[in-house]
Write a protein of this length. Structure first.
Length: 117
């Protein structure tokens, strides 16, 4: 059945096939971690893209909110400035009135010193 001529012809083919399978197995063993890392890298990049999209959405919402309420805040601050200006003017008028009429009691009251016990 197995003649030496057949073995001489099939032997190198079997050797090449075995070497090819061993090399393929080794390459597969070396490539498996690389494929695993590549898949993880793709997943991480997708997650990073989702996070970026969420941050952009939050920023747009924040800017829209600021734009919407900034006009109201400017109006309120204008009213506060007007009120404080009126208070400052009335205080200046009161101070001038007190300085002009210090004889009628607008100034500080003078008190007698008491002896320390």
């Amino acid at each position: 059945m197995f003649t030496p001529e057949l073995l001489n012809q099939v032997g190198p083919l079997l050797l090449k096939a075995v070497v090819g399978l061993v090399v393929t197995g080794l390459l597969g063993a070396f490539m498996w971690p690389i494929r695993k890392v590549k898949k993880e890298w793709i997943v991480l990049k997708e997650e990073q893209g989702k996070i970026h999209a969420e941050l952009v959405q939050q920023r747009e919402n924040h800017l829209t909110h600021i734009e919407k309420y900034s006009k109201d805040q400017v109006d309120l601050l204008g009213k506060v400035v007007d009120t404080l200006g009126e208070i400052r003017i009335s205080q200046a008028e009161m101070t001038g009135y007190c300085k002009a009429n210090s004889s009628i009691g607008c100034g500080p009251r003078l008190r007698r010193r008491t002896a320390k016990k």
